[in-house]
Write a protein that binds this ligand. Structure first.
Ligand code: NI
Length: 167
């Protein structure tokens, strides 16, 4: 297993639209393991392959308190239902920033699992929100896109400053 480097906003590679996974093989399973390790290490509750510069439709999530309920979804599609709920979201690609975003309270995920099996799962609450957030990454969308331009600009400037200081 390996811990992968997470791209940070405003890296333009985060805007890439991810491609369908055509074959669920050992390479994909290795990537899933690496994504999980990277997510747990960060630590975070979700990670999309896009965030580690692999532009394939794969996400991992674990919203459990014990950090022992990992899910991996390959080629996920979502059916959203219920009211819009406000949740404070963060993102490993925007470390240190948290903003309130509206999402659907329920989401049914259809995807392939790590052995290529078809999965259909009804989710709600934090898990549903997290899955919507991760699926956005596959479209090149980030949670800051839901904020005002002014707020987004402020976050961008702060992160760019951090990146300059690190370089
Ligand atoms: Ni994120």
């Amino acid at each position: 297993m390996a811990r992968l480097n997470i791209l940070e906003y405003p890296d333009p590679r985060l805007r890439t639209k991810a491609k369908q996974v055509m074959r669920v093989d050992d390479r994909v399973r290795q990537l899933i393991d690496d994504l999980l390790e990277t997510m747990y290490d960060a630590p975070g509750i979700g990670l999309a392959a896009s965030q580690v510069d692999v532009h394939e439709r794969i996400i991992v999530v674990d919203v459990s308190d014990q950090r022992d309920e990992p899910y991996a979804f390959i080629n996920p599609t979502l059916e959203l239902a219920g009211e819009l709920v406000e949740t404070e979201e963060g993102c490993l690609s925007l470390p240190g920033f948290y903003e309130v975003i509206e999402r659907s309270e329920r989401a049914t995920v259809k995807a392939l699992g790590r052995n290529g099996e078809a999965i259909e799962m009804a989710t709600e609450g934090l898990l549903a929100v997290c899955i919507q957030h991760e699926c956005d990454h596959l479209e090149g969308r980030l949670f800051v896109d839901y904020l005002s331009g002014l707020k987004r600009q402020r976050i961008r400037k702060k992160l760019e400053k951090q990146h300059r200081q690190r370089a």
